[in-house]
Design a protein around this ligand. Sequence first.
Ligand code: ZN
Length: 467
Amino acid sequence: MERKRKLNYKRVFIALIGCCMLIGIASYLINSKAQAVKSMDNKYSDVEMKMLLKDSTYGGYSVSYPFFEMSIIDETLKNYVTERISQYEKELSTKNSSQKETSELSITYDIVHYSKQTVTIVFEEYKQIDKQDGYIDLQTFNFDIPLQKSLSLEDIFKEKSDYLSILSTISYAQLKKNQDIAASMHTLKDGTKPIKENFRHFSILEDTIVLYFRPNQVAPGHLGVQTIAIKKNVFKNDLLDTYQNNKANKNKIKEIQPPNAVAELPKKEMNIDPNKKVIALTFDDGPNTSTTTTILKALRKYDSHATFFVLGSRVKYYPDMITEMLESGNEVGNHSWDHPQLTRLNKKQVRSQIEETQSIIKKVSGYEPLHMRPPYGATNKKMTKYFKKMDVILWDIDPEDWKVRNKDKIVKRVMAQAEDGKVVLMHDIYQSSAEAAVEIIKRLNKQGYQLVTISELQEIEKLRKVE
Ligand code: ZN
């Protein structure tokens, strides 16, 4: 009996060792090859999470990506992650085995938005080759679901929109608030310049657009990825309606709202020297597409500002002109709805002339004028209560451009009377006035004038009083 028992032990022992060896070999074989693991996304139960794993001591990686069962989307995402893996393996192939041992690639994703209209996937990548510092990178993908199309930023804005300028202005102003970022001003300026490459990474959420800046783009690498959330409201006139529609863009699950979303365009910083000459050009009776655009272009060229006293009835036809004026730092004032002599109207009529104009300007641009110029300059004590908080702004220099309709004469008249602190009256609806304005803007700048808005002029007057 004893003998037989001993024999059994031996057999069991040998069998056990055999099993261990088999398991060892098998697991070695499995581990050294990449495995594909699948499970469900942690937010959306209808999205599968795929994982590519190489659980090896030498150059391992762990990469996950979502699978929507929508071929264009799935292919794009899979191509992206496989391309990242092969890039990593290519970099590894030049290293020896001890360098490979300390290498790692990890790609994780987050579906930050998923609605009927769009889906946004943000990939975060951590890569370390040998012992050098790990590198964090980021990639975003936005898809239009009905169109089954990958979206770049230009696809979601109207063709005419100058969205890059808006994004540039906002991101520069926001990021500058961070002292560590502001310390490397050159990088910040370069990384927020209004060019497409600077705004390649973004996500379209319910009410906001989020911009992502990769390490080293706008700030030194160690500060990591920078993000800025901007309310869609800021782009009300620029964003295609498809991406503003509340119902289609509603997230399938409760969306996490990004904190500190920017709700309006930053105010242009006053960059005016109170010790130098200033002059305020004002243009009445517009807007008008061609002539107003000519003037705006000249103002931009010389980094100059002006004030446009517009008619509500014309804003209705050319709403985009108002945002264009404001975006480049100009000011918009109220010149009534359709140019009646207000002093001849009854209370109700006056009120509607003023309030309708305020409200259409606010509706198209979000901006509410601070200044009123009554048509023909006709006003009296009774009127001011209708103007509410608005200041009445008349003028010092009147070249009667509407009457002479001659570019040279207008230029001559304005230049002859130009003086520090004066307000010039012109009309941006005549070709001759627009041409004259271009010349006047050029000459005043040459003579050292700072061309300012009415608000800036008022600010300068205050500063000068204090000094
Ligand atoms: Zn007028």
